[in-house]
Design a binder for this molecule. Structure first.
Ligand code: ZN
Length: 479
């Protein structure tokens, strides 16, 4: 399997640190608002990467953080007369709804910055101890020039960077390139105790700390959007490697930008969409499918026409899968009648032609894999699925054997599943059936039967029903 590594600017063979295992860290959202479709791109891409590893039999430890303390969160809290924690908790809930709709597998862990402050204080203290950081007036800075490899990810030269910085921005810094690890609180801000001041961490330190705590000092893959390469990921490398004396991550993966109508997405010009906005007009599976239609490292252009095209393309796959399912059902029934009448027993067997066609479909699976192994070329992987759909549409008929039809259907659902796409739309539940299940769940919760209550929630989720616990009771909607 080949992965393009931003660190070496080359496609490299993937060799895990530990056989059969992948340790993967993806920088998560700052939770102060609904996520926009630009945020959704890395979420979908790296979930697909993870799913492919799992398909290949790897055990993936997937960690993605929530930045739940930050200037933007604090500002929003002040504007709305709420606490920062209320804001971040609310948008974590909203985030979870969006990623459910996008069919993103839950991370192994989603640590929150505010719950990892002790670890951050510890790492900052270690960096001071080693001479890589210093305190001035309650603020702790990373001594960037103490880390000789600074700039190795972004291929930036520290002197060039420094030449671009206006002088005397901050007199406390020894060097303009130094960055904040810890800062004192301002009036009304949330704060934590530390040896340097009552305050809070800078942004970069949290990922170094969480990655180390949950995955270890060395990990396989660190990923995020390309806007994070500098300074965020560069700073993470400096902190982690200066502290641990080991290579932080072996492969650095970054996805390209998302533009809207060939322009940069921007709130002020109105070309800005949240995932929630899109969910008003489309099944979020369509958004997922759209994101996978381009190579993850290329920029992707979003507009309504392209979304319509994705919707139609996804529809073609789902229709083919539904047809196969229908043919299998009918074939099964006919067979039952035949068996009850006179025993033929032969209709399960594959014809010679079907055997050949299944070999062809297995080759398409190999083609799909080859595309994914080439730095996750999802666009080509999708093409392989379409060839499979074409084969099914052409040769899957009433005359086909159920075994043949089933194998085609299984292959389509399997490969779509690797991309996080549901080939078979689940049978829809009627409104009253949903209401009934919700009642049952409420009852289970009253009885403290959380196992049953979770079962019901998951059952509903499988059927595409999202539950929301509100003060007025449980609300539901179709994803
Ligand atoms: Zn990060």
């Amino acid at each position: 399997m080949k992965i393009y590594n931003t660190l070496t600017k080359k496609k490299e063979e993937f060799i895990p640190l530990e056989e059969g295992k992948v340790k993967m860290y993806v920088c998560g959202p700052t939770v102060y608002n609904y996520i926009h479709i630009g945020n959704a791109r890395p979420i979908i891409i790296f979930d697909t990467v993870r799913r492919y590893f799992e398909y290949k039999g790897y055990d993936v430890n997937f960690v993605s953080n929530f930045t739940d303390v930050d200037d933007k969160i604090i500002k929003k809290a002040i504007d709305e007369g709420k606490t920062a924690a209320e804001i971040s908790e609310r948008y974590i809930r909203e985030f979870n709804k969006d990623v459910e709709g996008l069919n993103v597998e839950p991370a192994t862990r989603n640590p929150k910055a505010t719950e990892e402050i002790d670890g951050m204080v510890e790492m900052i203290a270690a960096l001071i101890e080693k001479g890589h950081a210093y305190e001035k007036n309650g603020t702790v800075y990373f001594r960037t020039r103490s880390f000789p490899d600074y700039g190795k990810l972004s291929k930036k030269n520290i002197d060039d960077l420094e030449a671009g910085i206006r002088i005397a921005v901050n007199e406390d810094k020894e060097d303009p390139m130094d960055f904040v690890l810890w800062k004192p609180k301002k009036e009304g801000e949330p704060f934590w105790e530390s040896p340097w001041s009552e305050g809070r961490p800078g942004w970069h330190i949290e990922c170094s700390v969480m990655s180390k705590k949950y995955l270890g000092e060395e990990i396989d893959i660190h990923a995020g959007g390309e806007d994070l390469i500098f300074p965020h990921h560069e700073n993470e490398i400096a902190q982690s490697e200066a502290c641990n004396g080991k290579e932080f991550a072996r492969y650095w993966m970054h996805n390209g930008f998302l533009n809207i109508d060939n322009k940069k997405m921007s709130k002020s010009t109105g070309n800005f969409f949240t995932v929630r906005d899109i969910s008003q007009s489309y099944d979020l599976q369509v958004l997922r499918f759209f994101m996978l239609s381009a190579h993850y490292r290329s920029p992707i252009n979003f507009n309504r026409d392209l979304m319509e095209a994705s919707k139609n393309a996804l529809d073609r796959i789902q229709t083919a899968a539904a047809n196969l399912e229908h043919l299998i059902d009918t074939a099964g029934k006919i067979e039952c009648e035949m068996v009850s009448g006179l025993s033929t027993g032969g209709s399960q067997a594959l014809s010679k032609e079907e055997e050949e066609l299944l070999k062809e479909s297995a080759k398409l699976q190999e083609k799909f894999e080859a595309a994914m192994e080439d730095d996750f070329n999802t666009a080509d992987a999708v093409s392989a699925i379409f060839e499979l759909v074409k084969l099914s549409n052409t040769y899957g008929t009433k005359e086909s054997s159920p075994a043949f039809l089933k194998e085609l259907l299984d292959r389509i659902t399997l490969l779509c599943g690797v991309l996080g796409i549901k080939a078979l739309k689940k049978e829809e539940l009627l409104d009253e059936e949903i209401e009934q299940l919700i009642k049952e769940r409420q009852e289970a919760r009253k009885q403290k039967d959380f196992k049953r209550s979770d079962e019901i929630r998951n059952l509903l989720l499988e059927k595409g029903i999202l539950l929301e616990d509100t003060r007025e009771g449980v609300r539901w909607k179709r994803a």
